[in-house]
Design a protein around this ligand. Sequence first.
Ligand SMILES: C[S@@+](CC[C@H](N)C(=O)[O-])C[C@H]1O[C@@H](n2cnc3c(N)ncnc32)[C@H](O)[C@@H]1O
Length: 207
Amino acid sequence: MAHRFLAVLIGNEGDNRSMHFTVEAQKMAMSHLVEGSIAIDATVGNGFDTVFLAQHVGESGLVYGVDIQSEAIESAKRKLQKSEMLHRTQLAVMSHANLDDLIHPTDFGQISVAMFNLGYLPFGDKSIVTTASATHQALAHVFNLLRLGGLLSILAYPGHAGGAEESAMISKWIEDHEAFFEVKRFQDSQNTNSPILWSMSKCRSDS
Ligand SMILES: C[S@@+](CC[C@H](N)C(=O)[O-])C[C@H]1O[C@@H](n2cnc3c(N)ncnc32)[C@H](O)[C@@H]1O
């Protein structure tokens, strides 16, 4: 069976834990990116992952990025402008539930990495969070957008309101798609409310 769970503990420094997971998610994404790759940041937030992706797709690559908060997109654009990489990106204020609307049809099935860092914007409005429903729709799009060998990275936070429901939905979605992915799952085994990182490599397409 293609499906494989690996539960390990990455770091145990309390508040720094989610930072470790964002770094781990980037490390795993890096090995799936080459010059010219196409990537998606499904939750642009402060733009750290978008900048990381733009660096690794290179001059001939492209990063699609969405966020429902215009402040997030503007902040990411400023970072990208500063590092002269804005032209490698296509960013939009919209929900990832409608991700398909942003992606050029010729890029369907060509995405090398799709990153989701769920929850709320750090230092932003904590009432604006990702939801199980929108995330579910986004995952359905990403499933078709990813190329064979492409990586789907999801960092979820069960600890905040709505976070447990969203994490449970993701677990179920992964179970339903287990034939198509090789899955690695990371969480602090001492704390079921701690962040969960799934790293999923697409190993089979349904067509
Ligand atoms: C944890 S932050 C992302 C951090 C970001 N990846 C970074 O590197 O800074 C989560 C983001 O998801 C965004 N968000 C919430 N619901 C969304 C949705 N339906 N579609 C896209 N983004 C959403 C929030 O506005 C927030 O900015």
